[in-house]
Write a protein of this length. Structure first.
Lengths: 362, 286
């Protein structure tokens, strides 16, 4: 099994009587790209700051590389942070910013120069050492912030929403670079974000948080396809939810009644007859069919309310006959023009059996 | 069109007139007098001479300038040492507490500083508050000599000028991004290193402004050394005052005054030049 580099044991933190981090235990593996994902105020940044040493925990233990680190100050931890605002020193040029940590460690000048240049190459800013921070674009400042952290060769690199200040295109570019950097450096990355797409793309593992607690920990695929609860399902990706009830159980199978339609699904959680459930379906898992054609069961009848062309996909808003609104995302196929349904057209909604996620009603 | 002669222009005209009459003209008069000869009867004789300026370089006066410079410099350093931590802590306290604490700094301004200096005499004198308390506590049997010492002069100068140091520092430190301090810690800096490598360089405009606002008045605050230092402490401010009120040598007093003004202009010029450099290299876009 993977070696543990950070271990949080029953860590809690309160700010002005509000539980920000509520009894969290977690192991971070050496070399992994771990992401804390959650809405603002869920405690993800506080956990990051506890690992960096910029925040102390009220109770519990923070163990870094086998050493109980609760009382070790930030300056003595082998951990570096890329701050959300970058926090580059405005009175120093790029070189001095990156060399800051090495100079404090009293490394000799030629070693510092080599390492800074190496770091600049790593973040694709060779020859930018003499630039002033104010001369750099947001993306470049971001790179300098990363270089300033990795130049110290930390055990763990902490990234606090580092991409949130960049525009969409740059953000996409930086995501790829962060992944490459992670592979190249081989050190542990701990990333904090509220952007589920970013988390899915970047991470080896995702920790979904809400109200200071961990909702689910798992690989991106697990988080997306097998959310453990409603919060995770709704926070990670768009989803359609249907209320239902278990009507029969047969071994690991069960029959459920949803929107007046009975269907057979797997019973993974050992639910009993009569239990209220919710089924979750991602828009891209939905299949839309013209009523004129045969509608595969289960089939929910409805009408097209809106059609949004997005290039690679066509998103539809369907109003079911029961009044419920459903989002459907169909991959756009240039040869198949039939995807352009007319507004108000009667359609049937179905999905590929087995792709639904059944959750007990929360 | 009528708006051009509105309240705004009226206000500006008033300020310009005020400045001309009460600042420019007196200064001009001082300037003119400094080039004239002294006269026992009519104060000055309208005869051009550089005698007053030559007299400034008399060793006796040079010594006074040197001493004034020393007093002002030490006062500046003490207020800086006291004001910096105060201002820094102030910017880190809760928002709701900052205003009341600032008010405590400003309240003394509501009383004339001359009266506050007399209050200091009551505290410092031989049978004053400090000595009485120390004697009552049995720590001393003879009163300490506090009043009419350098210590008393420094106490007075620092006490009077401290707010002028705190306010610009508070404003500069308030603009300091706290994440820069955290970044420095994160990169391995000890508290002292954080202070000298990040906090101090970034609050330099406030340090400069505060130092000028303390240094210059300290040079001219004649009544503090007069009242607290006794006859021993003759500073530039006292010198100027004495030339006008006691010695009756207006030309020399004027020359000394012009000297002080030039010194002030030089410092302000230096300040703006540093600020300009600072502005283009540091403050921009943060």
């Amino acid at each position: 099994m993977a070696e543990t580099i950070v271990s949080l044991k029953r860590v809690t933190k309160q700010f002005e009587n509000q539980m920000v981090v509520d009894d969290i235990s977690l192991e971070i593996h050496k070399g992994e790209f771990l992401t804390f994902l959650g809405p603002s105020g869920c405690g993800k940044t506080t956990i990051l700051r506890m690992i960096s040493g910029l925040e102390t925990c009220d109770s519990g233990e923070v163990v870094i590389n086998g050493i109980l680190s609760n009382d070790i100050p930030a300056s003595k931890r082998d951990v570096n942070t890329v701050f959300q605002s970058y926090a580059l020193f405005p009175h120093m040029n790029v070189y001095d910013n990156i060399a800051f940590g090495l100079k404090l460690k009293k490394k000799n000048t030629s070693i510092i120069r080599d390492r800074v240049e190496e770091a600049l190459d790593m973040v694709k800013l060779p020859g930018h050492g003499e630039r002033r921070i104010q001369q750099l674009s947001g993306g470049q400042q971001q790179r300098v912030a990363i270089a300033r952290a990795i130049v110290n060769e930390p055990l763990i690199l902490l990234l606090d929403e580092p991409l949130s200040a960049l525009d969409y295109k740059l953000r996409k570019e930086m995501r790829l670079e962060l992944r490459q950097l992670h592979r190249k450096l081989g050190i542990t990355f701990v990333f904090v974000t509220h952007d589920q797409e970013e988390a899915l793309i970047l991470s080896d593992r995702i920790v979904v948080m809400n109200h200071g607690k961990i909702e689910q920990t798992g690989k991106p695929k697990e988080i997306y396809e097998e959310p453990e609860n409603l919060f995770v399902a709704q926070f990670v990706g768009e989803s359609n939810l249907f209320n239902g009830e278990v009507t029969h159980t047969h071994g690991d199978q069960m029959e459920i009644l949803v929107q007046g339609v009975t269907m057979r699904v797997r019973n993974r959680r050992g639910l009993a007859v009569g239990e209220k459930i919710q089924i979750l379906l991602r828009p891209e898992d939905m299949v839309i069919q013209r009523v004129s054609e045969r509608c595969n069961q289960p089939c929910f009848p409805g009408k097209v309310e809106e059609l949004i062309y997005k290039g690679t996909t066509v998103d539809l808003v369907i109003r079911l006959d029961t009044g419920k609104k459903v989002f459907v995302s169909e991959f756009f196929n240039e040869d198949a023009e039939e995807i352009f349904y007319g507004q108000g057209e009667a359609v049937g909604i179905s999905w590929i059996q087995g792709w639904e996620v059944v959750l007990p009603h929360g | 069109m009528g708006e051009r002669f509105s309240f705004k222009n009226g206000a500006i005209a008033l300020i310009v007139a005020w400045t001309l009459i009460f600042i420019m003209v007196p200064n001009l008069l001082v300037g003119i007098v400094s080039f004239l000869e002294r006269d026992a009867q009519d104060i000055v004789k309208p005869v051009f001479t550089l005698e007053s300026y030559r007299a400034l370089f008399d060793p006796v006066y040079l010594k006074i300038f040197g001493k004034s410079f020393m007093y002002s410099s030490v006062t500046t350093l003490i207020t800086l040492a006291l004001g910096f931590p105060f201002a820094f802590i102030l910017t880190r306290t809760r928002e709701s507490l900052q205003k009341p604490l600032l008010l405590l700094v400003i309240i003394p301004f509501w009383t004339s500083s001359l009266i506050r200096t007399y209050a200091l005499i009551i505290i410092l004198k031989a049978n004053g508050i400090i000595n009485t308390l120390l004697k009552a506590a049995g720590l001393i049997d003879r009163p300490l000599e506090l009043l009419y010492t350098d210590l008393a002069v420094y106490t007075g100068l620092v006490y009077t000028l401290l707010p002028f140091m705190i306010l610009p520092l508070y404003s500069a430190l308030g603009k300091l991004d706290h994440s820069l301090i955290e970044a420095a810690f994160d990169l391995g800096a000890k508290p002292v290193e954080v202070f000298f490598r990040v906090v101090l360089p970034l609050s330099l405009p406030g340090v400069m402004a505060g130092s000028i606002m303390v240094f210059l008045p300290a040079m001219g605050l004649f009544y503090v050394p007069d009242l607290l230092g006794g006859a021993k402490s003759m500073l530039l401010g006292n010198l100027i005052k004495n030339q006008f009120l006691v010695a009756g040598n207006w030309p020399f007093g004027s020359a000394a005054s012009i000297f002080l003004t030039i010194l002030m202009l030089a410092l302000v010029f230096l300040y703006f030049r540093t600020m300009k450099q600072f502005n283009t290299s540091v403050m921009e876009d943060i």
